[in-house]
Design a protein. Sequence first.
Length: 321
Amino acid sequence: MPCEGCMERDNMSSGATMEFLLLGFSELLHLRVLLFFTFLIVHLVTLAGNMMIFMAVVMEPSRPPMLFFLGQLSAVELCYTLVIVPKALLGLAVGGSPISMPGCATQMHLFVALGGAECFLLAAMAYDRYVAVCQPLRYAALMGEGLCLRLALACALGAFAVALGLTVAVFHLPFCQPRRIDHFFCDVPAVLHLACTQGYAAELALLAACVLLLLLPFLLILASYLCIAAALLGVASPVGRGKAFSTCVSHLAITLLHYGCATFIYIRPKSSYSPARDKVVSLVYTNVTPLMYPLIYSLRNKEIRGILRKMLRRKKIGELG
C-alpha cells in the first residue's frame, strides 16, 4: 500500500496542479550572490568555448571523422548546459525554484538523452581511433562520411529512446509529500528519492538505462583501447608509439571525466543517496567538465588548433581591410 501523504498518479486525471520545488543551494543563502555570479561566468565561458569549437568544425570544408565527432560533442555540450544551468541560476536568484511535473520530466529526459548521446559519441570516437591506429591504410575507406552520419544519428536516436523509457518509468511512480527536490535540477536519483515505493523496483529502470547508456558504450571504448594498446606494443619505434598515442589523449581525458562523474552518481543503490554530495558532483559534470572540454580540444587536437588559427587570421585580415 502507498505510504501516508503520497501523491497518487490519479491526481493527474483530476486536473490538480502538480509541482516540485527545486531547493538548489538553499542551505548556502549567505553565498547566493557569489555562487550566482560564479556559475554565470562559468556558464558563459562554457557556451563561448563550445560554440567556438562547433563553429570551427562547421566552417571547415574538409572535416575528418574525429573533427566531425568533436563538432557533434560540442553541440551536445551546448544543449547540455542550456538544459540545466539557466534553471539553476534562477533558483540561486530567487532562493528555490518551482518546476511543474511536465517541466521536470522534460528536463530529466533531455538531460539523460544528451548525456547518453555523449556516451555513445565517445564510443564512436573510440572506434575512430581504433581504425586510425590499427588499420591506418583502410581508414579513409572505413570511416567515410556516410558511416559518420549514421553513427551520429544512431547515437542521438538511441539515447533519446532510452531516456524516454527511463523518464516515463520514473514519473509513473507515486511521490510523497512534501515534493521538494534537494537538488538544482531534476536529476534521476533526486527525483527517485521522493518516490513512495519500497524495495528496489523503482531503481530497475535506472539500472537498465545505466547498462544501455553507460556500461555498453564503456565496454566498446575499453575494447577499442585494448586493441589500440596491443597494436602499439607491436610498434618498434618509441616515437611512433608516442605519436599514435597522442592522437588518443584528448579522447581518453574526456572519457575519464565523463564516466568518472556519471558512474559515481548513477551506479549505486538508492540507500546511499546523499543530497549534499550529489550536488557537488553534479556541479562538476554540469559546469566544470563542459568547460574543460573546449580546453582539452584546443590544447590536444592539432586540427582544432589549426582551424582556430585560420579563423583568427581571417578576423585580423577582415579588421585590416
